[in-house]
Design a protein around this ligand. Structure first.
Ligand code: OOB
Length: 537
């Protein structure tokens, strides 16, 4: 696509949809787009601790040096500005170093989740035409090197024992200067969409829009050099990375502490030891913590703010957080595509408990529309459409999908059903998109159905969410079996094993299996998923 805003780096990234020139000028003139780059987010005092991970404790100066040396290493491998590199690292210092190194080179990390397997990773490598793939050796008992064999990438870079591949430690080299620094309009990073179609989508985030995302978030959330932020969600997820997340902490000069998971056994001792002040969690983790304080012995008194988002957090539970955990709660309704809504630190308790926040930026445009695309009266429920200085204008290399996912004037159709209050706060009332939100993990029904349809006993498949008190939703797969149901029904265990062999991430596995003779259909002949969901007692 031709560059249209005059500052676009022509040819650096095809398949990327730029903002129209007039909007780009407005966002720049208003100061939302500063021209700062993702590689420059390390703004803490050189001697101050930037990162605590496992046994490692890195000062800003040291993290900066390591990022530069690893950037030099990627350049030495031939990775250049405009290239893509699939990064699949757990919450380790290497994730942070590799991320910073790549954005400094101008090669965009494609941020896969540690849970992704051959099915997702193979597709991401192909779609992005990745030049390299960065992995741990073994994590959570899984050997990532095994998965890397046979992938269409030139370089596999391994954090740890590299075997036949390139060791991350070995690419570290003296910087010889960055030959061609990225521009602020370049794509800085690719995030993964939760997905509503058969295949996941890539979300291009430019340096300028993502820097605004993280800086404005850090301001709204009151992050300073005194912030000590605990990461319990995957660092590759937008919430933990930039809302304000790891990068927002760096921009504010604070300290990031990486935890392997949100389990109280791991997180609570770190909160006590590092005097953690803020943490971002999904609702199931918040519920776990609310329970765990009664039996845990750690001192959590340093905690000032618990950010909860990724899925709806019930008002009653939000109200419990200050009483039980002794800190403020903030609801965050965000999406990798861009738009972020935060309850504000000085909002009255009622809004903090009962709403999912209001848009981050004064330049975020919000519409709430009915099925025909007309704005609903104020206060009524409709689909949320949005456009703004950090919301994508198109998925990467997905023109057919983009024609449906965006209005002709560039509003992103979120698929979320919301109600807008006079204060501008949004209440999430449901979802229109065919997706299951399993405790913050997003599962595309169509993607899972396609995998199930490949099973020899399955004639037809429909995946629906079922309400769950802890996860919000769990996944139920309805199957119509071949031979009019006379074939043997596979067990849930067999289906999980089948999906594992196909290389599907485990969080997408169904929690429950039901067989049906036929599927109920809507008037237009589509599977009636509401009627199916109603069958679940
Ligand atoms: C975050 O991002 P994604 O891309 O994993 O998922 C986005 C979707 C939203 O469209 C919405 O359906 C759901 O997740 N969602 C919520 C929610 N936060 C996200 N639904 C109800 N209440 C909430 N508070 O999930 C994400 C990205 C950045 C920050 C926080 C969450």
């Amino acid at each position: 696509m031709a560059p249209t805003d005059g500052t676009e780096a022509a040819g650096v990234m095809d398949g990327f949809t730029p903002w129209p020139a007039e909007l780009a000028e407005r966002y720049t003139a208003a100061g939302y787009w500063s021209g700062r780059l993702l590689g420059g987010v390390l703004r803490g005092e050189p001697g101050r601790t930037a990162l605590v991970a496992g046994g490692e404790r890195l000062a800003y100066a040291e993290l900066d040096r390591r990022a530069d040396r690893t950037a030099a290493g990627f350049l030495r491998l031939g990775i250049r500005r405009g290239d893509r590199v699939v990064v699949q690292l757990p919450n380790t210092a290497s994730f942070v170093v590799v991320f910073l190194a790549l954005v400094r080179v101008g090669a965009a990390p494609v941020l896969a989740l540690p849970a992704h397997r051959e099915s997702e990773i193979g597709y991401l490598c192909e779609l992005s035409e990745a030049r390299a793939y960065v992995i741990p050796d073994v994590d959570g008992g899984f050997d990532f090197r095994k998965m890397a064999r046979g992938l269409p990438v030139e370089h596999v870079v391994v954090d740890g024992d590299a075997q036949e591949f390139t060791a991350l430690a070995d690419i570290d080299t003296d910087p010889e200067g960055v030959p061609e620094p990225p521009g602020p309009a370049d794509v800085g990073v690719f995030l993964l969409s939760g997905g509503t179609t058969g295949l996941p989508k890539l979300i291009p985030r430019t340096h300028r829009d993502y820097v605004y995302n993280l800086e404005a978030s850090a301001e709204v959330c009151g992050f300073t050099a005194d912030t000590v932020y605990l990461v319990v969600l995957p660092a590759a997820h937008n919430f933990a990375l930039a809302c304000p997340g790891i990068l927002g902490v760096f921009a504010a000069g604070g300290t990031v502490v990486l935890a392997p998971s949100g389990s109280p056994d791991e997180a609570f001792p770190l909160i006590e030891r590092e005097r953690v002040t803020v943490c971002a969690v999904v609702p199931p983790i918040a519920l776990l913590w609310l329970d765990a304080v009664s039996w845990s012995e750690e001192d959590l008194s340093s905690l000032r703010l618990l950010q909860v988002g990724g899925a709806k957090f019930a008002a009653e539970r939000a109200a419990q957080v200050p009483r039980v955990l002794g800190c403020a709660v903030q609801q965050v309704f965000g999406m990798a595509e861009g738009l972020l809504n935060y309850t504000r630190l000085d909002d009255p308790a009622d809004l903090v408990e009962r709403t999912q926040g209001r848009p981050l930026s004064p330049a975020d445009e919000i519409r709430v529309v009915d099925g025909d695309g007309n704005d609903v009266p104020p206060g009524e429920v409709g689909e949320l459409l949005t456009r703004g200085p950090y919301t994508l204008r198109g998925y990467y290399r997905a023109p057919a999908h983009n024609a449906r996912a965006f209005t002709p004037d560039g509003f992103y159709r979120t698929g979320d059903l919301v109600r807008r209050l006079p204060s501008g706060h949004l209440v999430v009332e449901g979802r229109e998109k065919d997706q299951i939100n399993r405790g913050g993990d997003k599962i595309s029904a169509e993607e899972l159905e396609n995998h199930l349809l490949a099973h020899p006993s399955v004639h037809d498949a429909a995946v629906v969410g079922m309400p769950d008190p802890v996860m919000g939703e769990r996944t139920c797969a309805f199957l119509v079996l071949r031979e009019n149901g006379r074939g043997r029904a596979p067990s849930l265990r067999e289906i999980k094993e089948f999906l594992r062999e196909r290389g599907v991430a485990a969080y997408k596995f169904p929690d429950r299996l039901e067989t049906a003779g036929t599927f109920p259909r809507t008037a237009v002949g589509k599977i009636d998923k509401k009627a199916l969901a109603a069958r679940l007692g």
